[in-house]
Ligand binder design. Structure first.
Ligand SMILES: Cc1ncc(COP(=O)(O)O)c(C=O)c1O
Length: 373
């Protein structure tokens, strides 16, 4: 007899209000050669130049700590009333989702994507529809596919730029076309730009979707491209009304952030050029190494790394789960199985780690691939 699902369990067996991927990332991705974690290697506090006088335990951060709001607004090129500081892109995404749709509303999310976006939308009891980004089309966003998938009940379209997992870049003209389609039915577009930061780091800044029109909401953080994950300095940029709703909603969650983290985020933003210069050295070195590796592997199909921090190769022979297991058990190396993105024939390879970690990890990945599992 079929076991009835508890109301807290989804059809796939994962508890409602949980993420299978995040549990895996927290408990299974650590390794000597970790090519699973997607950010630039952690920036050391000692190199940030923070003084104890820069910090304080408590401060005035009711609806944003003003010095941080100003810096985030300047960085985003918008007025401070459009910026909502949040605990990482993660919380910024949750706030955007919860402030733009209601239980039962439709949300249209790219596929494949960062699974937390889907998990959060389902937890909020949204009706989740997907639009495809196809491997054979280098995972580009096709605005016509988005338009086809919209319905009168769609409240929000969700995509990542650069794309997680493939790092595909969506240019402003395609975003505009998506925005036009969304606006025509009164929907908004959430663009998670946490990986777009890497283009800025590499000296190839590309404009944020925040400037494309009021239907766009963007989220980002200092986590990935700068190696500053522990600061949890994330933000959303929205029109002022939506930003205000998000601030009010945040009162139900964290209320206010840890003030020392806000202070340290101010210091980090004041020294962002230096932080970015280190990230740039890492990313440039690693892109060369990763691209040489990918070009030499006839058993992998993958676009070259070009400005991103992750790649999403397709394994042309063998089984990805067996490869991941073997790598972890025999080679002290981790990559992310594609099943977490709904693409079991692929794996995600991160290239933001220390160059010697990437080098060692790729050597081991090559050895495991040569075993033809
Ligand atoms: C697309 C995307 N958005 C958000 C996050 C989470 O970012 P943060 O550390 O800023 O919360 C991740 C982490 O992997 C991600 O891939």
């Amino acid at each position: 007899m079929m076991q009835a699902k508890s109301p807290r369990e989804r059809a796939d067996g994962v508890p409602r209000g949980a993420s299978e991927y995040m549990e895996w990332a927290k408990t299974r991705s650590a390794a000597r050669f970790n090519l699973a974690s997607s950010g630039v290697a952690a920036f050391p506090l000692a190199e940030l130049g923070a003084r104890i006088e820069d910090l304080e335990i408590c401060g005035d951060s009711a609806y944003g700590y003003a010095p941080l709001q100003e810096r985030l607004a300047r960085k985003s090129g918008v007025d401070p009333d459009r910026v909502v500081h949040a605990t990482g892109t993660s919380m910024a995404n949750l706030l955007v989702l919860a402030a733009t749709a209601d239980s039962g509303d439709e949300v249209l999310i790219e596929e494949p994507t960062y699974s937390l976006l889907v998990d959060a939308a389902r937890w909020l009891r949204f009706e989740v529809r997907r639009f495809p980004r196809r491997a054979e089309d280098a995972f580009r966003v096709d605005p016509r596919e988005v338009e086809r998938a919209l319905t009168p009940r769609t409240r929000l379209v969700v995509l990542t730029n650069l794309h997680n997992p493939s790092s595909a870049f969506t240019p402003p003209e395609d975003l505009r076309a998506v925005g036009d389609a969304a606006r025509s039915i009164g929907a908004r577009v959430l663009v998670d730009e946490v990986y777009l930061e890497s283009l800025g780091v590499l000296g190839r800044p590309s404009g944020s979707a925040a400037h494309l029109g009021p239907e766009f909401v963007v989220t980002s953080s200092l986590t990935k491209a700068y190696g500053l994950s522990g600061l949890r300095c994330g933000w959303a940029v929205a029109d002022p009304d939506l930003a205000h709703r998000m601030w009010r909603l945040n009162d139900l969650f964290g209320v206010i952030p840890a003030h020392p983290a806000e202070r340290l985020s101010v210091v980090a933003l004041d020294h962002l050029d230096r932080v970015a210069a280190r990230a740039r050295r890492i990313l440039e070195t690693n892109a060369d190494g990763a691209n040489a590796f990918l070009a030499a592997r006839p058993d992998l199909a993958c676009s070259p790394v070009d400005g991103g921090m992750i790649a999403f190769p397709r394994l042309l022979r063998g089984d990805v789960e067996r490869l991941c297991h073997r790598l972890r058990e025999a080679y002290e190396t981790t990559i992310v199985p594609g099943r977490f993105f709904g693409a079991p024939g692929h794996f995600r390879l991160a290239v933001g780690c220390h160059p010697e970690t990437l080098e060692g990890g790729l050597e081991r990945l090559a050895a495991a691939l040569d075993e033809r599992l």
